[in-house]
Design a protein around this ligand. Structure first.
Ligand code: PLP
Length: 359
């Protein structure tokens, strides 16, 4: 079988080494004669595995002690509701930055629980840009400020962390967590669904400052309460154990690569290569403000848009999988190039783009 490169936005490609390890020890995990999939989450073997997993994540992101790390069942979309339920803490309004579809989904959900102040919106640029920070209309009484650090669908990424003073900053990093070093101390809460840069779907990671916990809306379901999850080490009920195990393998893989500074440099290089090719071509184009182009999701279109379906089909035949853009972005193409995408995949894509253009 010739090499296939998987550009899927999520569930996304995992590092090949991680899948090989999972395969090799599928029936005999750590010489125990059992699969990691069939061990109780209460068993000491599983407990020590998750302890190591948390330690590795803390090391990778240099997470300060006063932050809890939660591994919760369900995708990032659950957090759209959990955040207001847990972080309003007696206040009745929160600030949201609207930079695209994922911000909008978070906003829609938050409106069920509080007043939402849209402190800034990229609407006037059709979400191709981010309003300058000095234009944001932040409410000094907001319970928190929420933004999506990387809009996966359009390929729009914040190159900076907004400064919100004493107001807790909350961010959806589903598609760019672990893509570069991060100053966790700037945030009240960071969340990410696993299926882009962490592991398989069904799991989310939440990193939350301890002092924000404990004052939830009265009707908050037990499992939606961060404090209860934290007190129970994310094991109030049965967690998605196999996804958690794979996340652990991914964290170990990232450490083996040399950590996030090295990963960030690779990601910068990969994205730059692809954008450079798109920009110099007369045939392809990208609509995102160059200051805010995503290093994880590179969107592009054909000037002859009627050829886009053919491009996607022939790319797939050439072993370049899932390059189709999201419906709500009006189609086009999107190459998701998370940590697991090797530079060779970018090279193959550029070669294909070049050959398609020539034809
Ligand atoms: C994928 C994604 C989500 C949603 O994740 P689910 O696991 O499907 O709930 C939310 N936010 C961003 C930025 C994403 O990329």
């Amino acid at each position: 079988m010739s090499q296939i490169y998987n550009f899927s936005a999520g569930p996304a490609a995992l590092p090949v080494e991680v899948m090989q390890q999972a395969q090799a020890e599928f029936l005999n995990w750590q010489g125990k004669g059992l699969s990691a999939m069939e061990i109780s989450h209460r068993h000491s073997w599983f407990m020590s595995m998750v302890e190591q997993t948390e330690q590795d994540l803390r090391e990778l992101l240099a997470i300060p002690k006063q932050y809890k790390v939660l591994f919760l069942a369900g995708g990032a979309s659950f957090q759209f509701a959990m955040i207001p339920m847990n972080l309003l803490r007696g206040k009745n309004s929160a600030d949201y930055i609207n930079t695209g579809i994922w911000s909008q989904k978070a906003i829609t959900e938050a409106k069920r629980y509080c007043q939402v102040n849209i402190a800034a919106s990229g609407e006037s640029s059709q979400f191709n840009s981010i309003p300058d920070f000095n234009q944001w209309q932040l409410n000094p009484h907001a319970a928190y400020v929420h933004y999506a650090a990387n809009e996966t669908i359009s390929g729009l990424e914040f190159p900076y962390i907004p400064e919100t003073g004493d107001i807790p900053l909350v961010t959806d990093m589903s598609s760019n967590i672990l893509s570069a070093p991060l100053d966790v101390s700037r945030f009240g809460l960071i969340y990410a669904g696993a299926q882009k840069n962490i592991g398989p779907s069904g799991l989310s990671v939440v990193i939350v400052r301890e002092d924000l916990l404990g004052d939830v809306l009265p009707f908050t379901p037990t499992l939606y309460n961060y404090q209860i999850q934290a007190e129970n080490n994310s094991m109030y009920n049965t967690p998605p154990t196999y996804a958690w195990y794979i996340a652990g393998l991914v964290f170990a893989w990232l450490k083996k690569q040399g950590g996030l500074a090295i990963i960030a440099e690779r990601n910068r290089h990969k994205a730059e290569k692809l954008y450079t090719y798109i920009d110099q071509s007369e045939f392809y184009f990208n609509t995102i403000d160059v200051r805010y182009r995503s290093k994880m999701n590179v969107t592009f279109r054909l000037k002859q848009s009627e050829l886009e379906p053919l491009f996607i089909k022939q790319a797939e035949q050439a072993g370049l999988f899932a390059l189709n853009g999201h419906k709500s972005a009006g189609g086009g193409m999107r190459a998701s190039i998370y940590n697991a995408m090797p530079e060779a995949g970018i090279d193959r894509l550029i070669e294909f783009m070049h050959a398609f253009k020539s034809k």
